[in-house]
Design a protein around this ligand. Sequence first.
Ligand SMILES: [Zn+2]
Length: 405
Amino acid sequence: MTTDIHHLKRLVRELEKIRGTGTQLISLYIPPGYPRGDLSSMLTDEYSKAGNIKSKQTRKNVQAALQKIMVYLKSIDYKIPETGLIIFCGNVSPDPGKSDIRLWAVVPPQPSPKIYRCDSTFYLDPLKAMVKPSDVYGIVVMDGKEGTVALVKGNTYEVVGRVRSLAPGKHHKGGQSARRFERLIEQAEHEYHKKLAEVIKKAFWDIRHDLKGIIFGGPGPHKNEFLNADYLPNELKQKILGVVDTGYTDEYGIREAMEAAKDILKDAEIMLQKKEVERFIGEAVKGGLVSFGVRQVYEDLKLGKVEELLISEDLEAWKGTFVCDNCGHRMEIVDTSREKIESMEVRCPLCGSPMRLESVEDAVEEIIQLAEDTGAKIIFVSPETEEGLKLKKGFGGIGAFLRYR
Ligand SMILES: [Zn+2]
């Protein structure tokens, strides 16, 4: 069973590549405390339902996978870990005539939902969401009367402040001149804006470097009036990712803004990727403090030289360990092609004897781990943007801003 986040990320990548020849790959998400009886009768049920599958090959594979899952659950005595259990099982043989039923059991880092899927791919979205670091951002929803400030982490939010305007009601009482009344309202509004700005600063200033951004919401134009006036320091204003319309200015409004935030954050993420790849290319062109190519970046990471790592989401990297049987010297070579490593003829740099390839492993996980261990900022770059393509084609899918040469 796998629990470590890096292992899980790697597993997700591995499982994503698997395609069933029919709808025969099973994804089973078991929530914590799921009763043994329910689980086993559900699987027995699915087993008999699978008997109706028309394709003989698919039927055989689905039933074999279900059987394997039941055997596995029996082997752990149906003891579901605290966060639940996720099982992926199915025929992974690329040859439709052959059968190679494999099973992966994963202890999720967060409580598992209850899902059963049988499809031509494994259903990975819920697991992916669990291993992805959650976005941290701020939300302010406001109108002329009330403002609510919240800090959002992934799918959860915490209200960190609420401010209400003390402006008198719209209808002025007798005895006051209209002008004086007008001024009272203006003053109260100014006080309200100042107070709201204080709450926003208190909530976000100290953590501004960790915030993905701030989103403003609320009904009507009041939020824009607030933003156009100079209540917030520029550094916080620059963090504003978007202004959205919401119906409410309380917790409902926060939840409305969180919905709208999904697309805004995605766009902001792509903008950041583009900006950083452009900056990287600019440095690379003028021979600045950068390195690229998996082999060079791997070496720089090991020396702790990397300040920021740009890594293509679909980067492949393999590490071959070579051993000299003559003098015992060992060395590692990293490359994007597994085949290339396997066909390398390497001579020992110490004694000149031919070296033997001892093992080849996936190196992407180690690269990410090295970056995290040395405090390098990591930016995953989608290969689907023009900039992502440039990083891939021109720099081998990986680039680094260095701390020193
Ligand atoms: Zn040697």
